[in-house]
Ligand binder design. Structure first.
Ligand code: A3P
Length: 321
């Protein structure tokens, strides 16, 4: 079996080595992180994350009970993972025994594409950044599973991405400048980007299969957390009973998963990620957790340019930020 898996790995590596790497003409950002992106099925990936995507495409068999937690990076993944985990596991743990108290939310959910056959037998959640059109067919076909997706105003997603990229200790390189990262982002060159195509893939799927794909905006979740947490629970098949609502179960979950609570937990302040991951420190996932922080980083021109691209890309899809 080991032989087989190294054969498969070689096969994927061979494909990856032939993929386009011309970062939209920005191959000399001086940042190996960005210069290592390659384009697969219309999206940009860090080559390290692609093998898992290919493996899942070829072998993952969705079960109807699976719930796939999806997002573009820096769009509220950590929050969505915490919320879905807290909702689904709420009868298994009390306030202090919940794994979220001692574990980075990313470690609470198995990843669709990191290892196969690693479903948690107790909880049906799996997570991924893979764009909708590149998900394994067994997920998106008629008999697939439920999907929840979170996205965010592209301006905030970009600013969050830039800050995050600067925390990646990759190859001890000079971190990329805001301007260089901005040019790339506008051209669609970002992790799992073009950002707009990522969002649109899931948006269209949510229109086509509303009972299968739930589309959430970070901004909406911030504005009316109670409403959206209830909807999320209902959608996943874990609705709050009226008794639970009376007892404040919704508010408890919101509090547990809040930026203030999670970012102040010892594990998220000082914990380290497992060696396989790109980023070293758990606290890289908790920066500000606010809507509209782009105003502190982007010039008026930059914001206008992103707005224009967003308007153009979203077109008549019905989606607005
Ligand atoms: P900022 O960089 O704008 O602060 P992801 O989880 O997809 O990597 O996205 C990270 C963004 O979500 C960061 O945004 C981070 O601060 C914010 N975030 C992390 N945990 C959060 C939480 N519990 N509630 C709200 N936002 C959170």
């Amino acid at each position: 079996e080991e032989n087989n898996s190294s054969k498969t790995q070689n096969k994927y590596r061979e494909i990856i080595s032939t993929l386009p790497r011309d970062n939209g003409g920005y191959t000399t950002t001086g940042s190996k992180l960005f210069d290592n992106l390659c384009c697969y099925q219309g999206f940009w990936y860090h080559s390290n994350s692609l093998e898992g995507v290919m493996l899942a495409q070829e072998h993952f068999k969705a079960q109807p009970s699976d719930i796939l937690v999806c997002s573009a990076p820096k769009s509220g993944t950590t929050w969505l993972k915490a919320l879905t985990f807290a909702i689904v596991t709420r009868t298994h743990f009390n306030d202090s025994s919940n794994p979220l108290v001692t574990t980075l939310p990313h470690e609470c959910l198995p990843s669709l594409d990191q290892k196969l056959h690693n479903r948690n037998p107790e909880f049906p959640l799996l997570a991924t950044h893979t764009p909708y059109t590149s998900l394994p067919k067994s997920i998106t076909s008629e008999l697939g599973c439920k999907i929840v997706y979170m996205c965010r105003d592209p301006k905030d997603a970009f600013v969050s991405t830039w800050h995050f990229a600067r925390k990646l200790p990759i190859y001890g390189q000079e971190p990329i400048s805001l301007e260089a990262a901005f040019e790339l982002f506008c051209k669609g060159v970002s992790f799992f980007g073009p950002y707009w195509d990522h969002v649109l893939g899931y948006w269209k799927a949510s229109l086509e299969w509303p009972e299968r794909v739930m589309f959430i905006k970070y901004e909406d979740m911030m504005r009316d957390t109670v409403l959206y947490v209830k909807r999320l629970a209902e959608f996943m098949g874990y609705p709050f009973s009226s008794e639970e609502e009376r007892e404040g179960a919704v508010e408890k979950i919101i509090e547990l998963c809040s930026f203030e609570n999670l970012s102040n937990l010892e594990v998220n302040k000082n914990g380290m990620r497992p060696p396989r991951s790109l980023v070293a420190e758990n606290n890289a996932f908790f920066r500000k957790g606010k809507v509209g922080d782009w105003q502190n980083h982007l010039t008026t021109e930059m914001a206008e340019r992103l707005n224009q691209i967003t308007d153009q890309m979203l077109g008549r899809s019905g989606l607005r930020f």
